[in-house]
Design a protein around this ligand. Sequence first.
Ligand code: SF4
Length: 482
Amino acid sequence: MPDLHFKQIGNPQSEPQSRTPNNDRDVAKSSDTWCPIPWTGLGVRTVGDLRYCCHSQSSKSRGLLRSQDGAILNLKENRLSDGVNADLLKEVRTAMLKGERHSGCQRCFKEEDAGIHSRRLSEQVTWEQYSIEDCSKKTKPDGSISLSDFPVRYLDLRFGNKCNLKCRMCGPSESDKWYDLTLKLWNEDEFKDGHRTLKIIKDDKGRVGLKVDPYKWHESSSFWAELEEYLPQIERIYLAGGEPLLIDAQFEFLQKCIDLGHSGHITLEYNSNLTALNERIVKIWSEFKKVEVGISIDGIGEINNYIRAGSDWNKLEKNIVALDRAAGNFKLWIASTIQIYNLYHLPQFMWWSVSNKFQRINRSKIGREFFTPHPLTNPAFLAITTFPQKSKLKIREHFELEKRKFSEQILECEVFGLGEGFQLERAQARFPKVLDNYINIMFSRDTSDQIDRFWKYTNRLDEIHGTSFRDVAPETYELMKL
Ligand code: SF4
């Protein structure tokens, strides 16, 4: 953890006299609530709406930034800079600097309370040149900032919802493959994305699409012009989707960075399912300062294929190994979503990650943990808090057993390529801790009133996909029946 209290960006001596620190703010107290993200840049949803952070998605406000008249800012009509001092962002900054937990950031705080390394903590390491003291000093009492003090250095960009998978916890606003599934699953030809109701249509060849498609917001020329303005100062871009490796606009953007000579100072961060990885992409990435990829998989083998419908584990595992060995400046980690379908499988999944002779995946000594799952919160009927109470006790027993097994197996670490002291020590310390964290989360709430919805949803999806929950995850199937 960096020394957050005393690092400064810029030269403090050159600050105008009027910029005295806001003395009502308790800088020491803010270290428990402060995160650099609200000072570094902005986020863009798949549909073009501006938000302050992707992790605010699960909050009531969904992190959406609005104009003075209350309309959600969208890049089809608005500029990125319109969001910098939106009311919600000012509120978040003010709360963080006062040491208060803003409700929009509840996901990070809940994860920290459960012992999970939150995005807030990771971002403090990523943006170590930002400090609470400097942010406090240059932020006005109402939470507003100026772009000259805090140029846009970070963008979270989602160029639409094109995807090749129909993950069980996803929906049509994140994957266009869900349009057809929405028709079949809910027998509905409409869905909501924020304040919009979007109509799904089928053409005479049976192809499914939208009557009006707002996910093509990035065709707006003003967006590209503004983006070009910011490129010289951008340090980091987070790209997700949809599946970013399938989206043409994402490649257009990367090419622009290369052609304008800015790729060398930009780190790309991805969430990708890696199913579309190829040599061309790895070559483009080699032009950038660094590429960090959170690999979106939710288990090994059939469990992953089941949750991430459309995946082929055998091909995917080859892509994972290929990227782990590829030439280039990469940092890789597993970004999995822990839910009812894969909680029981978690020890086996972690063992796969630890025991493979990966060179990069979760092997970084700073920033990313030895295994990096996140608990699913929505939809609630898939969350691990929905397990019946009796099943929760059995899962705890199973995890205790797995912890004992792990401490014996780890002694054979040389066999599994864990000879390096650092990784071995980290695995010994963290494997039991990760399981304990998920036990805590599972018991933190009781949402078992969602069990009926879980079964209706699971059975209907199994009918549509021709899959069987019972065959793929027999232990979890029995646990949900208790
Ligand atoms: S605390 Fe979490 S939710 Fe809030 S801005 Fe930081 S990373 Fe995002």
